[in-house]
Design a protein around this ligand. Sequence first.
Ligand code: PEP
Length: 252
Amino acid sequence: MSRKKIVAGNWKMNKSFQEADTLVEMILNQVNDFDEIIKIIIPPFPYLQTINTQLTKKDNFFLGAQNCHTHSNGAFTGEISANMLSSVGCKYVLIGHSERRQYFKENNTDFILKIKEVLKNNLSPILCIGETIHERKADNHFKVITEQLVNVLTAFSADEIHRFIIAYEPVWAIGTGETATTEQAQEMHAFIRGVVSGIFDATTADNISILYGGSCNAQNAQELFKCPDVDGGLIGGASLKADDFCKIIFSF
Ligand code: PEP
């Protein structure tokens, strides 16, 4: 098994440039170079290049982007391509975040096209999946997660899947302060690994990192990260405070 332990901070549409600069410095000052956890900082687009310069000073810190377009270039005013992200030092791109699904009506066709661009530019996709509260209450969560995975992953080869990270983010837990229990998280992460194994093979499934996201914080990260199929976290709100984010990194 070669899967990595990862903590990624998705800042969403938060922080001024000055605040972002200070936050990164405070995080970098607390984490030593020998820490082998992969740390991914995912700031708003305008700060990517500057933050990358800061991140390259420390081992195992990488830059991620919150989105990319389905095309490489062209007349798409206001959009940003994976090619551009790669040219400013990004290594990861979030794809399929529930806020993109909900507010921007992105669907599996978009995700497949975006991931193709991501892979073409030597970046890694962090594919976000998760069920709504209605879907869980109706006991449809396994079906929903299976569909979200199968509809996207089958467009790629096992070799390509090796570059993926999956983030299980139950929509009812994102930004709500309500976290999945360790039992719910472990159950779903093991299920996701089973789906990947079914589409590809057991080795591919064993090697893919599956992150938990949804009100993961400095208090609950340790319990969540103890689950055998939870390989780290995708952190929203708690990634905006240096102390909290670092405590999460130290939770393994
Ligand atoms: C997210 O949006 O990816 C997320 C996990 O947010 P939060 O940690 O704030 O729930």
